[in-house]
Design a protein around this ligand. Structure first.
Ligand code: AHR
Length: 512
């Protein structure tokens, strides 16, 4: 978002805004924006709305995968309700099998007749027994059922270049080799044509505790054997830094010396909190949401550093793990599995702020994957027994979906307070999409946007809101936080809508 040369000021006129949901009232301030329709940033790749699912807690087992003999309604072993919700979410890309799990995963354990698959131990997430009933074919079928592109994270930490190149051959080689014939015998004559290949995960920690230099050497070695087998258009991804660790990036790029195939470079960025998900206070809310300004700064600084080594931007920057990571509640983890947390209204605001950042920086990003899809961290679905609910974050993604594939345009706002109104806008043909997020729990925001270079002919808006930052969709009350219609005024050069505290609103405006 451009904050240059702002002639606009944040309005300070106070007036009472009625919070539409519960009738409570909060003071409201005016926010003026200037949407510069002709000032294009880049296409918002659908992949910026990607997801991530790991063999961790109840994300896969018990969450997405319940098994064919389960009393829980299922489609070929996948939880039916989850498949329906994930399909409706139109997830563009799904990363699997980890996370930390990836660098201890041996893909051959997860193919062939299920009864003959070995029982291994998930050393990262509780030393529980992994029966490998969910393996490569089950993941590919999941992607097919929900319409997502697969992204495989390969094992560098405890694996070998041969193991990873064999996985690529097994997945992508059309026919005629022993491995491709094995794939055929296992039920998939057609190659999976996987485009995205991660070469390790967090290799500075659970992926082998490597230095940037030692990882760069591993990357060169592993990628050498992946290059041709993954096929034309393959996208090989290196492990980037934790948050904005510029030292990791600099030393990795120096040691890599630009050799080998490198198409993507993946940073991880969690906005953590020491507070339990449903016990946030105004102060801990502020601390966590302010982290999204750090995320934007990290994207700018990491890209600027990458540009020194890659001025033509052939290497795409990814954030293949991001989201909120709150303090876990031991009783909930015991019941639902590791890293299970509730997803309140505050988390939806956080998700929408993250997506707004990605839209504003669409020219610098290749993919982003929120962690994780079901029952882990910043999940879009939660399950309990045979129940499956859509979280507030599911609906935040739903509200921002309209931006996918459109061209992000610059919006001038009146300040740079990280807890002020968060905005992104995009255009395609005669349609403008504008998302505004009000991260304040104590103040409404009356958005008054002017359109530079276009004229509005009307439109519609939907919003997500709960006055209680800790309120969530629960198994007893699954639809407490769902999108509702929001009054919108879109006429000629002005767009106006009023956001209650803690809300996410998207307007879809027709342009002349
Ligand atoms: O998403 C949970 C964990 O967070 C992943 O396994 C790891 O990559 C990261 O530290």
């Amino acid at each position: 978002m451009s904050r240059r040369g702002l002639a606009l000021s944040a309005g300070v006129a106070l007036f009472a805004a009625v919070t539409p949901r519960r009738g409570a009232s909060a003071p409201s301030e005016e926010r003026r924006l200037n949407i510069r329709l002709a000032d294009r940033i880049a296409t918002i790749k659908p992949e910026l709305h990607g997801q991530f699912a790991e063999h961790l807690g109840s994300c896969i087992y018990g969450g997405i995968w319940v098994g064919k003999d389960s009393p829980i309604p299922n489609v070929e072993g996948y939880r039916k309700q989850a498949i329906e919700y994930l399909k409706a979410a139109e997830i563009p890309v799904l990363r699997w099998p980890g996370g930390c799990f990836a660098d201890d995963y041996h893909w051959r354990d997860g193919i062939g007749p299920v009864s003959r698959r070995p029982k291994t131990v998930n050393i990262h997430w509780g030393n529980y027994t992994e029966d490998n009933s969910f393996g490569t074919h089950e993941f590919m079928r999941l992607c097919q059922l929900i319409g997502a592109q697969p992204y495989l994270a390969g094992n560098v930490g405890s694996g070998t270049p041969q193991e990873l190149r064999d996985w690529a051959e097994y997945c992508n080689y059309p026919s005629g080799s022993t491995l491709s014939e094995e794939r055929t015998r296992n039920g998939s004559p057609e190659p999976f044509n996987v485009k995205y290949w991660g070469v390790g995960n967090e290799n500075w920690a659970c992926g082998g505790n490597m230095t940037p230099e030692s990882y760069a050497l591993e990357y060169r070695r592993f990628s050498t054997y992946l290059r041709t087998l993954t096929g034309k258009g393959a996208f090989l991804i290196a492990c980037g830094p934790n948050r904005n660790d510029l030292e990791w990036t600099r030393r990795f790029m120096e040691a890599l010396d630009r050799r080998g195939s490198l198409h993507g470079y993946a940073m991880h960025f969690y906005s953590s909190s020491k507070t339990e998900a449903t016990k946030f206070t105004p102060e801990t809310l502020r601390l966590q949401l302010a982290g999204f300004a750090d995320l934007e700064k990290a994207i700018l600084e990491q890209r600027a550093l990458l540009d020194k080594y890659d001025p033509e931007r052939r290497i795409g920057l990814l954030i293949d793990e991001w989201g909120v990571w709150d303090r876990m509640v031991p009783a909930e983890e015991k019941k639902h599995g590791r890293l299970w947390q509730q997803i309140p209204m505050r988390a939806a605001v956080a998700a929408a702020m993250g997506l707004n950042v990605f839209h504003r920086q669409a020219d610098k990003l290749a993919m982003c994957n929120i962690a994780q899809t079901v029952n882990v961290l910043h999940a879009i679905l939660l399950t309990d027994g045979d129940e499956c609910i859509r979280t507030s974050t599911y609906w935040a993604f739903d509200l921002l979906k309209a931006h996918r594939g459109k061209e992000a345009v610059r919006v001038e706002t009146g300040g740079n307070d990280p807890l002020d109104l968060s905005v992104s806008a995009s255009v395609e043909g005669k349609q403008l999409v504008l998302t505004c997020v009000n991260p304040r729990h104590d103040m409404g925001m009356k958005v008054d946007a002017s359109l530079a270079g276009g004229s509005a002919l009307g439109g519609k808006a939907r919003f997500l809101h709960d006055a209680d930052m800790n309120a969530c969709n629960t198994f007893d009350n699954p639809d407490r936080i769902v999108p509702r219609e929001l009054p919108l005024m879109a006429d000629r050069s002005r767009i106006r809508m009023e956001l209650p505290p803690l809300s996410v609103a998207t307007a879809i405006v027709r342009l002349a």
